[in-house]
Design a protein around this ligand. Structure first.
Ligand code: MG
Length: 386
């Protein structure tokens, strides 16, 4: 029996790379469903290429005009969860960016699937809910985030009580080495030029501000049940070592390889084993010249905001992420300077302190706070640009 794979966000960066890997795994894996927000044409090509029987299109207008022979179409945000239940997948690759990916992640966790979790926001907003749903259904959570995939592999070789700390590597983004003053007038085009990884626009801006690493600190605490003071960050511009685990005996374990998201994607598709999936032998001599440096928390204050959230727990991740999504959209639209992103997020964390420590006990609680923080941040933006 081939494994049934559902790819959520199939037209995005993670989705297209997942389908590239799945193209090499046709004997063992079957693509049973795909979803896109509105990229109808590419979705149609993917359905043809992989013989897929069901899709979801989040944009309802696009969904109305889309059809393919023998393909079931689900529409709207709810359509994602309907697609999860309809396809009964063994593996779900959650490649949707942002809080928009949370409901379908939860549906996949409740369905007992292996979650290939590229949607880190699911862990940041609702880690306890996703973990509980997955455990109750007999599913598994496998991070499709290069750092966390590395940590998972290193932790598999280290008894939990022997872990001293987890060290997440960060490329430093396009502005590594700049002072805070030198970041005041950077442009959208400069921020979108990532030196080592090719990714979607949201996460590329998050890499430039180090908010991506901030979210990943919270994600690591949730995924691996670690206290905030056991998760460190080191800047490693070559993006070859994807993260490390330090044990109490002074050993450091790491996972390394070229920066390529298809490696963690293969790890999730192979779980609990390994699949080749089109990978090629690596020339280790091409990976020489590795350097490490401490992050500059003054120039990149988003990192400290993430560490604050990792210490606070509760619903603080929802506040951090919602404000950041508004801030990044505003930066991309030219309505907010680069340094304004961290300011807007910090303002939201300071404005919602009484909500921050409550437990994320339901999807409704999380989405209600998410909406309140978004309106708050949007109002701040309007006030500041008036
Ligand atoms: Mg990552």
């Amino acid at each position: 029996m081939r494994k049934r794979v559902l790819v959520l966000g199939s037209t995005g960066s993670i989705g297209t790379q997942t389908l590239d890997v799945l193209g090499h795994l046709a004997d063992t894996h079957e693509v049973v469903g795909l979803s896109a927000r509105s990229s109808a044409e590419l979705l149609g090509e993917q359905v043809q290429a992989h013989g897929v029987g069901a899709v979801a299109l989040v944009d309802e207008n696009v969904a109305q005009g889309w059809s393919a022979a023998g393909v079931r179409v689900f529409a709207g945000a709810d359509g994602l969860c309907q697609l999860v239940r309809h396809t009964e997948p063994d593996i779900v690759i959650c490649g949707i960016t942002g809080a928009a990916g949370l409901p379908s992640t939860l549906a996949a966790a409740a369905a007992g699937a292996v979650l290939g979790l590229a949607n880190k926001e699911s862990m940041v907003l609702a880690g306890p809910l996703v973990k509980a749903a997955s455990a109750a259904s007999g599913g598994a959570i496998v991070p499709v985030d290069s750092e966390h995939c590395a940590v998972a592999q290193c932790l598999a070789a280290t008894p939990r009580e022997a872990v001293r700390r987890v060290i997440l590597t960060a490329s430093g983004g396009p502005f590594r080495g700049r002072t805070r003053a030198q970041l005041a007038d950077v442009t959208v085009a400069q921020a979108l030029k990532h030196p080592s990884w090719e990714m979607g626009p949201r996460i590329t801006i998050d890499s430039a501000t180090l908010m991506n690493k901030a979210l990943e600190v919270v994600e690591a605490c949730q995924l691996f049940d670690l206290p905030a003071d056991q998760v460190d960050v080191v800047v490693h511009p070559q993006s070859v070592i994807h993260s490390l685990v330090e044990a109490v005996d002074g050993s450091m374990l790491c996972q390394l390889g070229p920066p390529d998201m298809r490696v963690p994607i293969r790890y999730a598709l192979g779980h609990p084993g390994r699949v080749e999936g089109g990978s090629r032998p690596i020339d280790i001599t091409a990976l020489s010249g590795l350097t490490f440096e401490a992050p500059d928390r003054e120039a990149f204050p988003c990192l400290a905001l993430g560490e604050r959230v990792a210490r606070t727990g509760g619903l603080s991740g929802t506040i951090l992420n919602a404000a950041n999504e508004i801030a990044v959209d505003a930066f991309l639209a030219g309505r907010l300077p680069f340094l304004g992103i961290a300011d807007l997020v910090e303002d939201a964390l300071d404005s919602f302190t009484s909500e921050a420590t409550a437990e994320p006990d339901s999807l409704e609680t999380i989405l209600a706070l998410d909406a309140r923080v978004r309106s708050h941040a949007a109002a701040r933006l309007t006030a500041s640009t008036r």
